[in-house]
Design a protein around this ligand. Structure first.
Ligand code: FAD
Length: 478
């Protein structure tokens, strides 16, 4: 009987982290097999804008921007209130730039031009950083996956789609392979890159209950393969789980059910008000901070706009469309009233406060400044040069707004700076690496802005693959 095939490295999952791991392991001379549970490679990475946060890159240099991994690290740690392990985050910040250059070497194109948003290739403002770090590639997440898939093909990575890894093979405390849909595969090292658990309600309840607070308004945009298999693999080897309670929920109107590319965008001339009838934030604030600010209001918040703003919505989107909003108002789900005071009564906020809030907006923003929340800075970063309209044309509308679009989850297998998985005692689990949403410790309580998760997946994936290959080679010679 023939011996079962033994690979140097098995990679579980063919999204950004898995593909980066497979390519870097193969570049280091390892034989690599990658299992993907779905018919197609790509996972959430393929659905994403592909925005990638990094510092000290050639794209920044091309725009005359001075930046460094050290400055990135300081911002990253401060925004996350130093709740992450500095050694791991320092490694991430140091390797994100070189990983971006590696990707461009594989054919990913990021022009050295200023970008106004995640859909425009170039460099944009990712979050609340003082220098811009959001790198948007041409062809977005799809482009990243295509470039990595082509590199995997060139390096003869064996890609096996439609095959879900069910469990790890463990011998003497070390991971020695996987069982993939009934097939036993032996390996020198295994990289878990199976994404997050956004599509598993039980795991959400256990590891990210804040997502369930959105109730029926919750909708998940993460890829179908986001089933949390990494947490099940981790249980097999007593892996430590980090990142509990953290993830990315984007604020949306209650009626949205799709990512904004399909749902559309709320009208620019709108304000968010809290239960006191007052504005409390820059409505264009980055989602690095906006979800937290909304949650801190401790109750419902509302997007308030007028008839002119409704009519200005561009057609063709599923939810933020003039007719769709009208249907919501006709059905009584979006509040509508002929005066601001009546609108206040409908949504249960103090009428004098809401009236004063709207008056202040009308006095300031149409003239180009927002002295309270500095929204004009965010608008300028987005390339909005026209002053916004006053909110003065009845009827007036209010749509409940809440963090309800679940993009990614952060709880996963705790990794060290080498992307090696740690057990509950803090010791390395021999033969096991993890990256992306499956490998935890880089994505923190605060998503630092667009590009945080892609940079994490590809950077830590690349590190995991390289180290998995080296470990196998060391094992073969010892
Ligand atoms: C719509 C959308 C837009 C986004 N935009 C951005 C952005 O612009 N910038 C940013 O930084 N982040 C963005 N994100 C988040 C980011 O895309 C993800 O966090 C990141 O791509 C995760 O990469 P990953 O490799 O860990 O997981 P994935 O890319 O999801 O890959 C995991 C893969 O593993 C497969 N898999 C799962 N279980 C198994 C198993 N048992 N066996 C085999 N295969 C398995 C899955 O099918 C999947 O293909 C976005 C996410 C979404 C959904």
């Amino acid at each position: 009987m023939s011996e079962p095939i033994r690979w140097d490295v098995v990679v579980i999952g063919g999204g950004g982290a898995g593909l980066a791991a497979a390519v870097s392991a193969a570049e280091a001379g390892a034989s690599v097999v990658l299992f993907e549970s779905e018919p197609e490679l790509g996972g959430s990475t393929q659905l994403s804008a592909g925005m990638f946060t990094a510092a000290g890159t050639s794209v920044q240099a091309g725009l005359g921007i001075e930046d460094s991994p050290e400055r990135f690290f300081q911002h990253y740690m401060d925004l996350n209130a130093w709740m992450l392990k500095p050694g791991l985050v320092a490694a991430f910040c140091e390797h994100a730039g070189p990983t971006l250059e590696w990707l461009t070497g594989l054919g990913v194109k990021i022009p050295a031009t200023t970008s106004r948003n995640a859909h425009m290739p170039g460099l944009c403002r990712a979050g609340v950083e003082d220098v811009w770090r959001g790198h948007v590639p041409s062809d977005q997440g799809y482009g990243l996956v295509q470039a990595l898939t082509a590199a995997a093909r060139r390096h003869r990575v064996e890609v096996v789609p439609n095959t879900r890894v069910r469990r790890l093979l463990v011998s003497g405390g070390a991971v020695v392979g996987v069982v993939a849909d009934g097939l036993e595969v032996r390996a020198g090292a295994v990289v878990v890159a199976s994404g997050g658990f956004a599509r598993d309600p039980e795991l959400l309840a256990r590891h990210y209950p804040a997502a369930l607070a959105a109730g029926d308004d919750l909708f998940v945009v993460a890829a179908p393969g986001s089933r949390g298999d990494h947490l099940r693999f981790g249980e097999q080897v007593g892996a430590s789980v980090a990142g509990d309670g953290w993830g990315l929920l984007l604020p949306t109107a209650y009626f949205q059910r799709l990512h904004h590319w399909q749902s559309g965008f709320p009208p620019a001339s709108r304000i968010y008000v809290n239960g006191n009838g007052r504005r409390f934030m820059d409505e264009d604030a980055s989602y690095a901070v906006s979800g937290g600010i909304i949650e801190a209001q401790g109750g419902p918040v509302w997007a308030v706009f007028d008839e002119r703003a409704r009519r200005s919505l561009p057609p063709g989107y599923a939810h933020w469309d003039a007719d769709a909003v009208l249907r919501e108002a006709d059905a009584g789900r979006t509040a509508r009233a002929d005066t601001v005071e009546e609108l206040a009564a409908t949504i249960g906020v103090p009428a004098p406060a809401l009236a004063a809030t709207v008056r202040r907006w009308n006095d300031e923003l149409p003239a180009g400044t927002d002295t309270e929340f500095l929204r004009h800075h965010s608008l300028a970063a987005k390339g909005v040069t026209e002053p916004l309209e006053p909110i003065d044309t009845p009827p007036f509308y209010a749509a409940r707004t809440l963090p309800a679009e679940l993009v990614c989850t952060h709880a996963g297998l705790e990794i060290d700076a080498d992307a090696a998985v740690l057990d509950r005692r803090g010791a390395v689990v021999p033969g096991l690496f993890a990256a992306g949403e499956a490998g935890a410790g880089v994505l923190g309580p605060r998503y630092v802005g667009g590009g945080n998760a892609i940079a994490n997946a590809l950077t830590m994936g690349r590190i995991a693959g390289r180290n998995a290959a080296h470990q196998t080679q060391r094992g073969a010679t010892s």
